[in-house]
Structures are given as structure tokens and as C-alpha cells.
Design a protein around this ligand. Sequence first.
Ligand code: OGA
Ligand code: MN
Length: 285
Amino acid sequence: MSPLQIQAFDAPLGAEVIGLDLARPLADQAFVRIHRAHLDHHVLVFRDQRITPAQQIAFSRRFGPLQIHVLHQFQLAGFEEVLVVSNIKDEHGRPIGLGDAGVYWHSDLSYKAHPSLGSMLHAQELPETGGDTLFANMHMAWDTLPAPLRAATAGLKAEHTYLAKYAELQKRSPWRPDLSDEQKAQVRPVVHPVVRTHPETGRKALFVSEHFTTRLVGVPEDESAALLRELFAHSVRPEHLYRHAWQPHDMVFWDNRSLMHLAAGCPDDQRRKLYRTTIEGDVPY
Ligand code: OGA
Ligand code: MN
């Protein structure tokens, strides 16, 4: 096999990893290169990976403990660490996966005390048209934030909650289950700094999202909503984005501490299925 290469995209983030078969054991030296590239580029794309769920889990675990999604209804059978992201319905008309995952900009599990370090998505079935995933560079968002907004934001904390848009999502996706009391207990609101420091690179990043951030702590409601709207709009300016067009068997690994992402969506009559693993991160500071 050719030697490992990291080829940066012509985009504000992202790189392709060439010459690595994730079905084979990963040597420590290769792991170090992948880890470094992940910090440098925030999204890594591994093309044409013929790996099993167990292999995806094993590779994911190299980066930290895995998190289990609160919607256990959409775990892959036999693999609680794998969340099925899919719009496919089974023969009884029941969804086999979370069909509307990521329809608002977000960072995975920002609603937890320990949000995610990074997530991996492995493509299983892809639609003919659409189904792209967009990524926004939140370091860039912070670095380019106009001075008055920076001044208004620095030092603030924000509340994140899984339930922020849940009712709205249930309206568009009636199959979304009501949460049990046990599930609700797992997603109590949390508070995180609006500007976080990446624990491995020391770079600052905006850490608020349209999906999960509800309010700025200690800021009057109107002012909080207005400021959040400005931060969201600035974060996803086109010059901060990379758009991933999925190819068969792509494995994509992103950094939730540096990025937000969004599902662009695909026509309802086209099948899309991906397997997600989610790596636990630090408490943001
Ligand atoms: C996710 C997610 C986006 C997509 O799985 O975390 O947000 O395009 N997915 O499927
Ligand atoms: Mn997501």
C-alpha cells in the first residue's frame, strides 16, 4: 500500500487521508499522523473504507471513550455505540434510524456536560441526489467576528439543551419518539462558555449553535436572542464552510470542538444510511 498522505482540501477546513485501510490494525505511527491531521484540518475523509461496525468502533476508541446516544431506539442492533442515521423505514413502516439528524447547525452532544470530541460517519447507502453534509469552521468564526460582537460575547456562557428544538422536530418527523423520564434525565440543560479553548491546540472557537443553544446566561432575553442570532449568522458565512459530497464507503471524522455541521438533506424517496460513532470530549473551558 502507498504511504500515508494527508491532502488538504481547497476549503477552509478538511483533508483527505490517502493510503490507509481502516480494516487493518492502525500502527501507532499512523495513529499519530491521523491525530495530528485531525487537529490541523478538523475534518478527515477516508475514501472507500470497507469496514464493519466493530472496526469503526475500534478505530473510534483510539481517540477516546465512546458516547451512547440518548435515542437508544436508533442504535444499530448489537452495537449500542453506533447510531443509525437514516431516512429508511422497515417493512412495518418504522424508521430504522434517526432520519432528520442534523437538520439544524450543531456540534454533536453540545447539550452534555462532556460534549463530543469528534464524530465519525461511515456511509452505508447514499441517495442519487443531495445528502451532503456541511461543516463550519468555528475557529475562523471566532477569529473573524467583528470587534463589537467579540466584546459583547467574550466571557459569556450559554445554555445548551437537547430539548431546544425537539417539539419542532417531532412536528416535521412524527415518528420521533417521546422521551421517557429516564431519557429526559440524561439531557438536562447544561451551561458552556460561548467561546471555548480547544484543549489540544489552544485555539479559541465559538461554541453556540442554532440547534442546541437556547440562551446566554445572565443576559436579558431579547438581547440574548439577538446576539445569538448574530453569532449563528456569522458562524455559517460561506467562507467558513466545507461541503462534503458523500461517495460510497466514505468514512468522515470531524472535530466537534472546532466545527459545527449540518445535514443538507435529500429527497424523501431516496434512501440514505450512515453509521455514527461519537467520541467523548472534555468539559469545555
Ligand atoms: C450526525 C449528523 C449529518 C448528516 O450524524 O451527527 O449531524 O448529513 N449528520 O447526516
Ligand atoms: Mn450531528
